[in-house]
Design a protein around this ligand. Structure first.
Ligand SMILES: CC(C)(COP(=O)(O)OP(=O)(O)OC[C@H]1O[C@@H](n2cnc3c(N)ncnc32)[C@H](O)[C@@H]1OP(=O)(O)O)[C@@H](O)C(=O)NCCC(=O)NCCS
Length: 257
């Protein structure tokens, strides 16, 4: 196991995607990593199995964030070793640049004990934390949310090239919460950095794919002009019982730059 003083965009993205954490644009990730005070990757046999970084003002306060160990390597001491390495680097930094430096973090309840094992102290109760997420109002309408969907290469490329504007899904618990103006990140299967960012323009709900197919030009569903479009193509992905139970949805999208 070795440590690097850097994090690659693709390692950051693939570990985040693996855990289902909030998806960020590649460029945002690149700049965020660059602006971090300390960043580390843990590598075993050429594969990145962990990352962590410290962000902050550089002189008085920092936040430990994006602490991730690949699920296959958790519980084997990797996280503790990685945090020890990161704290060593931060100590060197403080010795050069600061008088005193407070490193904070907001652990999920289940993980606080891990950080205590790494040498952190619990905040006294009167110092309980608060937080606020601010979203870019040019992208997000009020109350809109971001969802991630994975796509096979062909539909992914069709959407990317503007050849498919309706994404068809079962209208199950996962999809029925999607609303107009929500943002969908389509990630190409097998990749962590090839994705499309799209806005939901409209939602078209039907009893089944036969009904849905009647309402759209086949090219908007991703078929080529010379290709035959059949609702049966969708039963490859979804069992008939599920279609009957949930109905289906055509998610009309527009690509965002
Ligand atoms: C949390 C995480 C980074 C810990 O890394 P890890 O490699 O699994 O942890 P380690 O094996 O190095 O554990 C070090 C010590 O902490 C303990 N520990 C680890 N996770 C713990 C947890 N959730 N609760 C209590 N103790 C924990 C271990 O038992 C071990 O104790 P020991 O030194 O007495 O043997 C890892 O589980 C992870 O990536 N989880 C998913 C992402 C995440 O939740 N990140 C943190 C967000 S706050």
């Amino acid at each position: 196991m070795e440590f690097l003083d850097t994090i690659s965009v693709s390692d950051f993205q693939s570990l985040h995607i693996m855990l289902g954490w909030k998806f960020l644009d590649n460029k945002v990730v690149e700049k965020s990593i660059k602006n971090s005070i300390i960043k580390v990757s843990c590598v075993e046999n050429g594969k990145t199995i962990g990352i962590a970084r410290v962000v902050g003002d550089g002189f008085t306060h920092g936040l430990l964030t994006d602490v991730i160990v690949h699920p296959d390597f958790q519980g084997k001491g990797v996280g503790k070793a990685m945090i020890a390495y990161l704290l060593g680097k931060l100590q060197e930094y403080v010795n050069k640049n600061c008088d005193e430096f407070m490193l904070e973090l907001t652990p999920t309840k289940d993980n606080a004990a891990f950080y205590v094992k790494c040498g952190f102290k619990h905040k006294p109760e009167e110092m309980e934390g608060c937080y606020l997420w601010l979203k870019n109002q040019n992208i997000y309408a009020s109350g809109s949310k971001k969802y991630v969907m994975r796509l096979q290469e062909q539909p992914f490329e069709n959407i990317k090239r503007g050849r498919k504007t309706i994404e068809m899904r079962l209208n199950d618990e996962k999809r029925s919460v999607i609303k107009e103006n929500d943002i969908i990140i389509f990630i190409k299967k097998g990749s962590s950095t090839d994705y499309i960012k799209a806005r939901v323009k409209a939602l078209h709900k039907y009893k089944n794919f036969n009904e849905l197919y009647k309402h759209f030009d086949k090219t908007s569903l991703g078929y080529a002009k010379n290709e035959e479009a059949s609702p049966d193509d969708m039963t490859k992905y979804y069992p008939k019982e599920d279609i009957e139970k949930y109905g289906v949805v055509g998610i009309e999208i527009e690509i965002l730059k």
